[in-house]
Design a protein around this ligand. Structure first.
Ligand code: GSH
Length: 227
């Protein structure tokens, strides 16, 4: 089993968490997004845009983080990441889609908060705060540590891949979004999530991530195509 990823990517990190939670041994292959390996280019069926993460199982590629996680759940049902109950399953899928639609696809944190334009930045802030308010309102059920209840599920993995990065974006940009007073349930959730050794040990180092994102921000600022 191989996982092609990039250390700073929340998508790669989510798949790593899933593999670790399930106890599946794998080889991690670090990719340089500016110089992708021949193996990755061969395996990924999307010819124009080659995304990581890509999971290789029995020499066959599985692409897209949510598709990979569903595949892992079907192949290795131990520690299910999608709830067994069909309704609960639909709820967990909804929250993954919610985060992807609100901030993932448009890369609000990256192209939005790091944008040169104050208007674009302000809109990205509004969108991020709106997303956090909705997630706060529908936070973990009373007495439960995680969105998945007593155990992590796919909704926790998806939000974890956002919340940690949000903290780093705040540090680099100097703009506060994930305020503890405004979002107490989400902050309690974050404490519970990061207190799990398996999660904390497989998070990119905060300092390295800060330096990496600060460089990306500088690149965006100096790029002529970036407004
Ligand atoms: N829809 C993909 C998104 C993954 C994604 O955005 N990956 C980024 C890195 S975080 C990437 O590979 N970008 C390609 C590139 O920059 O060339 C998924 O769900 O896995």
């Amino acid at each position: 089993m191989g996982l092609h990823g990039t250390w700073a990517s929340p998508y790669s990190t989510r798949v790593k968490w899933a593999l670790k939670l399930k106890g599946i041994p794998f080889q991690y292959i670090e990719e340089d997004l500016y110089n992708k390996s021949a193996l990755l280019l061969r395996y990924n069926p999307m010819h124009k845009k080659i995304f990581i993460p890509v999971l290789i199982h029995g020499q066959r590629p599985v692409c897209e983080f949510m598709v990979i996680i569903e595949y892992l759940d079907e192949m290795w049902p131990q520690y299910p990441l999608l709830p067994i109950d069909p309704y609960e399953r639909s709820v967990a899928r909804f929250w993954v889609k919610f985060i992807e639609d609100k901030v993932g696809k448009s890369k609000i944190l990256y192209f939005g908060i790091f944008n040169k334009s104050h208007e674009v930045q302000a809109k990205a802030m509004r969108d991020s705060l709106e997303m956090l308010s909705i997630r706060e309102e529908h936070g973990p059920n009373k007495g439960k540590k995680f969105f998945g209840g007593d155990n992590i599920n796919i909704a926790d993995i998806a939000f974890g891949g956002l919340a940690h990065w949000m903290g780093v974006v705040e540090e680099v940009s100097g703009r506060k979004m994930f305020d503890a007073e405004k979002f107490p349930r989400l902050h309690a959730w974050m404490g519970n999530f990061k207190s799990l050794p398996l999660i904390a040990e497989n998070l990119p180092d905060q300092g390295n991530l800060c330096r990496y994102l600060a460089r990306q921000r500088e690149k965006l600022f100096s790029s002529s195509t970036h407004k």
